[in-house]
Design a protein around this ligand. Structure first.
Ligand code: SIN
Length: 526
């Protein structure tokens, strides 16, 4: 059982700052929430773990889904989202996403986001499991970077305070009410307390727990770990989405090759050069992600290879260059001409469907603590997120938090509480870098896209063995990160072992079927 804190401290001895909103994270969910809160007259501080631009949002390629095309409608978007979610989507959350999504996207355009156009109309592409072309994109395949740019500019323009390099160690919670956060200022090498009436977790996902992943370095699951330690409920932790096509080239980082490439007609071929998706699903290369991932893994195993190939060579080179300039450039930097050579790819950890449990307005089970974006779980993605719904999720549910809190903030005057911890032992003398590497390998091999009871038990033995670290204080950010990763990895493995069926992003080789009696959520609380 983890303790409540990772460090010994006494808040009375620390520098303290006060705001109405403390927003943790600077991706789309965090910055949009901060802008909405500031627009509603709230005082806001955004804390980021590293640089403001180090976010999953900045890396997003494919786009943002919203029913904005002539032949599209929120109800079609809703249907696709629910089918992809494999029986676990929350209907009301999906309705909020698809109905409010177009308005929020228009707001983003109003803020200055420049999406791609075909003449006078927004250019819309298709991705896996979408029945319509409904994905807006920017600069071809750099949608996230455009959104990050525009939100960052607006935040700076509004003079919203952004404190970079603040590693949030723990939430300050008493009697199930959150009063703020304890943060480690990496620039000043000191601890600080940020008090807030509303603390918003928008810290992103946990892809970095896995050896092969698409996420930036910040994505180590800290938000889930600090919320769980503080007593918040977490839900659907077993549902991790693996992206089917991530560059697998010696010497190259695991760079995402957008699903939109398949949306524009690219084929998947195995190492024998054969197109295989027709044998697996009617939607071929645009089948739901989990199905494409397992098809790829099966082909890799059958042909004894660690990769398959994404083939664009039959497509018009001019279209490829225009639609995918970033992918074209990045592959070229590693000696691959994608007009001529098929791209070697393999599945990698990409997105967390589960997270800190919230209701439809972002409230967690702790008063004053809210969550939105990838760290949150209100059930909108069910067991498997529909492609390009994640950026939209950040906007819609971030906005809802502010709509919900602006009123109650006026009459909410929390007591002034102080916090302390003094019982943690000295930091352990172990090699944390080595431990982290072992954890990442274990997660990839035993808690990855294909799981089994034996493998999951093995991983839980590993986490159990390292639970002794909970008695010790951490010495630095690297140690805190590893402790959070252990915490979150254990939650994923525990939920995956409990769910004795296969559904969406969770596949058990020993329970390959979906079971009606498992059409329910797993919720954990410390
Ligand atoms: C992609 O471009 O394939 C990623 C989009 C997403 O994860 O929704």
């Amino acid at each position: 059982m983890p303790g409540k804190y990772m460090l010994n401290f006494d808040s009375r001895e620390l520098h303290q700052e006060d705001d109405e909103y403390i927003v943790l994270g600077s991706g789309i969910a965090g910055l949009y929430t901060a802008l909405a809160a500031s627009g509603a007259g709230g005082s806001v501080t955004v804390l980021t773990k590293c640089n403001m631009m180090d976010t999953n949002t900045d890396k997003a390629q494919g786009g943002i889904a919203a029913a904005m095309g002539d032949s599209d409608s929120p109800s079609l978007h809703r249907e696709d989202t629910i089918v992809a979610g494999a029986g676990l989507c929350d209907d009301e959350a999906v309705a909020a996403l698809v109905n409010e999504g177009p308005k929020r996207v228009k707001e983003l355009i109003g803020m200055g986001a420049i999406f791609d156009y075909d003449g006078q109309v927004l250019a819309l592409t298709r991705e896996g499991a979408h029945s319509q072309r409904r994905i807006l994109h920017a600069s071809g395949d750099a949608t996230g970077a455009e959104i990050q740019r525009v939100l960052t500019e607006r935040v700076k323009e509004k003079k919203i305070r952004v404190q970079e390099n603040q590693y949030v160690v723990d939430l300050l919670v008493w009697n199930n009410t959150c009063y703020g956060v304890l943060a480690f200022d990496r620039d000043k090498n000191s601890l600080k307390v940020y008090r807030g009436k509303v603390v918003v977790l928008a810290t992103g996902g946990l892809g970095r727990l896995f050896e092969f992943n698409t996420n930036p370095e910040i994505a180590t699951g800290d938000g889930i770990a600090i919320a769980f330690r503080a007593g918040a409920e977490v839900m659907d932790m077993e549902f991790i989405q693996f992206h089917p096509t991530v560059l697998k080239l010696p010497g190259a980082p695991p760079f995402l090759i957008s699903e939109a490439v398949r949306g524009e007609g690219a084929y998947l071929r195995n190492s024998e050069c054969l197109r295989f998706m027709p044998r697996y699903h009617d939607l071929l290369e645009l089948a739901p992600r989990d199905i494409v991932v397992r098809a790829i893994l099966e082909e890799m195993a059958r042909t004894g290879s660690n990769k398959v190939y994404l083939d664009l060579t039959h497509l018009d080179p001019e279209v490829i260059k225009k639609r995918f300039p970033n992918i074209t450039r990045t592959c070229a930097a590693y000696g691959l001409d994608i007009m001529v050579d098929p791209i070697p790819v393999a599945p990698a950890a990409h997105y967390m469907m589960g997270g800190v449990k919230t209701n439809l307005v972002g409230e967690t089970s702790i008063k004053g603590l809210y969550a939105c974006g990838e760290v949150a779980c209100q059930g909108v993605h069910g067991a498997n997120r529909l492609a390009s719904n994640s950026l939209l999720d950040g906007l819609v549910f971030g906005g809802r938090i502010v709509d919900e809190t602006r009123q109650f903030l006026k009459d909410y005057h929390p007591r002034h509480m102080e916090f302390a911890c003094d019982w943690l032992l000295e930091p352990p003398v172990i090699d944390f870098a080595d431990l982290r590497e072992k954890l990442e390998v274990l997660m990839g091999s035993k808690v990855g896209p294909v799981r089994s009871g034996d493998g999951l038990k093995e991983s839980l033995d590993f986490f159990d063995c390292w639970s002794c670290l909970n008695r010790h204080r951490a010495d630095n950010v690297e140690q805190m990160e590893v402790k959070n990763m252990l915490q979150v990895g254990e939650l994923v493995a525990e939920a995956a072992l409990a769910r004795r069926e296969s559904r969406g992003g969770h596949y058990r080789a020993d329970y390959p079927d979906t079971q009606r009696r498992w059409q329910k959520h797993i919720v954990f609380r410390r």
